[in-house]
Design a protein around this ligand. Structure first.
Ligand code: PMP
Length: 353
């Protein structure tokens, strides 16, 4: 049988790969090192037993949106939630992207911004960051002026570099961008400032967040954005009806009742990040400053992929970015528990001799 051809513009598309290997020390996908609090599990189980399973869930996810809005001091109409922040991004692109429209990304950055844009038929203009991976203001001006993007993507802290965009850089992009600016804050809680404070109904800015990192709920697939209510109303028209199942709505709402526990975890991860960063500084690697729950580094005298393989042989899995464009030789390590980080540092020290 001849396979049915996919859309012309998808024929060269590569899938998004992130190996799921069974190892003792898994530090490759920037999850939380700790599961959610036991009290959250109990509360979740109790509420699950009361779900009316024969009925569709609340289509507007009213209680969840209200709880998220309260967390950030905004109106529920300014919150849109979906199955992971990836689906939030996809819904944005389905609504505002499409043929004849373009987005701008500043590379290297989160691969899914360009990937999802392409899937929705949106043109992607990849602008370059400076050699140290900061935003190059002249390039920002040039790219926005020539691409006339419907969406300008920022990511702060940026994945995979870990670097936080300075507030004045985000404000400058907001001034220059002709349409929507999306600040992806999947790692926002680990950083010293958030663009959430800039969200306003009079400004075409959205900030996306996820439950996958801070809230220890990557298995649950839940993310959201905070943005102008007129934008949220448009997304609500595009997203599939009942896209958020009842269990997920309960899980997300209950998690917000554990904000203090989560804040303590964020503090612990940040302290651990500083410890791992200091240890890496003593090894023959280049390290980028991180405001996230991971660190990008490049072995100085060794092939990055060889180091990745040697770590895997020692039962430690990190992210191999060594063949990614602009990231030659780089590896990215997620901050884990103290024991996991010690295992990583010991393995890396041994590998680097
Ligand atoms: N944005 C960034 C920058 C990420 O790194 C990730 C996760 N890798 C996501 C969004 C997607 O997160 P999720 O779909 O799990 O909410």
């Amino acid at each position: 049988m001849i396979p049915v051809p996919v859309r012309d513009d998808l024929q060269a598309l590569e899938g998004y790969h992130s190996p799921q290997v069974s190892v003792s020390v898994r530090l490759n996908t920037n999850e939380s090192p700790e599961p959610p609090p036991a009290a959250w599990r109990d509360a979740f189980a109790a509420e699950l037993s009361r779900v009316e399973w024969h009925r569709y869930p609340d289509r507007a996810a009213t209680e969840l949106r209200t709880a998220i809005a309260a967390l950030h001091g905004v109106a529920p109409e300014q919150v849109f939630a979906a199955n992971g922040s990836n689906e939030v991004l996809q819904t944005l692109l389905l609504t505002y992207g499409g043929h004849g429209r373009r987005v701008v990304t500043f590379e290297p950055t989160y691969q899914l911004h360009g990937h999802i844009a392409r899937i929705t038929g949106t043109g992607v203009v990849e602008a370059e960051r400076a050699a140290d991976f900061t935003l190059d203001r002249a390039e920002v001006r040039r790219a926005i002026a020539t691409a006339d993007p419907i969406i300008t993507f920022l990511c702060s802290p940026n994945n995979p570099t870990g670097m936080v965009e300075p507030q004045e850089a985000v404000r400058e992009v907001l001034d220059l961008a002709p349409a929507l600016v999306v600040v992806d804050e999947a790692y926002g809680q680990f950083a010293p400032w958030s663009a959430l404070d800039l969200v306003d109904d009079d400004r075409p800015l959205v900030v996306t967040r996820t439950y996958s990192k801070t809230w220890s709920m990557a298995a649950n697939r839940l993310g959201y954005l905070v943005g102008p209510s007129w934008l949220v109303a448009e997304l609500d028209k595009v997203v599939l009806p009942y896209h958020l199942d009842a269990a997920k709505q309960v899980a997300g709402r209950l998690a917000l009742g554990f904000a203090d526990e989560m804040e303590a975890r964020v503090k612990a991860v940040v302290a651990e990040r500083e410890r791992v960063g200091a240890a890496l500084a003593g090894l023959p690697v280049h390290v980028w400053p991180s405001g996230a729950n991971f660190i990008l580094f490049r072995p100085l005298d060794r092939d990055g992929h060889d180091v990745w393989t040697a770590l895997l042989e020692r039962d430690v899995l990190v992210r191999d970015c060594s063949s990614w464009p602009r990231l030659g030789g780089c590896l990215r390590v997620t901050i884990g528990t103290r024991a996991e980080d010690d295992a990583f540092l010991a393995a890396l020290t041994e590998v680097l001799g």
